[in-house]
Design a protein around this ligand. Structure first.
Ligand SMILES: [Fe+2]
Length: 181
């Protein structure tokens, strides 16, 4: 996790900063504004912003929603919404895990809220962010090999199981409630 944060995430931040320095006319505001408006970004730096900006935003969420011993399951309105969308919490976990397991190569599994406020589970390739497709990410699971190779080698399924056991559902529930209010 230290290498993941201090080396991998830090590299995305450094490369994003390098790509956008001395650029004018970029969407103003925060990283979300850049990712929401990729098509308006000059072509010469668009891929760098997509990859490194996505890398920064995705990892920022990843660190926020993980906590050893964090609240073990969703509560309140998120719990109800997950049950209504996926049937049961176990079925949601199954679908989310499977999105991560079946993503070929590098990418992320997501629980995201679409513009119609519907919960969705899917995966994206590389560092592509749900924000770039107008969705709001609530829970993101990094399935790049760099996320698990040192501890789990090729056993992505074991990493996914371990990941699900340290999700801090309080944070995910708060993101959901804020987005719905
Ligand atoms: Fe990562």
């Amino acid at each position: 996790m230290e290498i993941h944060h201090d080396k991998h995430h830090a590299t995305y931040v450094a490369n994003l900063n390098k790509a956008i320095e001395n650029q004018s006319g970029l969407p103003e505001g925060n990283i979300e504004e850049l990712l929401k408006n990729l098509e308006t970004i000059p072509e010469a730096i668009r891929t760098a912003v997509r990859n490194n900006g996505g890398g920064h935003a995705n990892h920022t969420l990843y660190w926020e929603i993980l906590m050893p011993g964090g609240s073990k399951s969703p509560t309140g309105s998120l719990e109800k919404a997950l049950q209504s969308e996926f049937g049961t919490l176990d079925k949601f976990t199954e679908q989310f895990s499977s999105a991560g397991l079946t993503r070929f190569g590098s990418g992320w599994a997501w629980l995201a809220l679409d513009p119609m406020k519907k919960l969705k589970v899917y995966s994206t390739a590389n560092q592509d962010s749900p924000i770039s497709q107008a969705d709001m990410p609530l829970l993101g699971m990094d399935v790049w090999e760099h996320a698990y190779y040192l501890k789990y080698q090729n056993r992505r399924a074991d990493y996914i199981k371990a990941f699900m056991s340290v999700v801090n559902w309080d944070v995910v529930s708060k993101l959901y409630e804020a987005a719905m209010s």
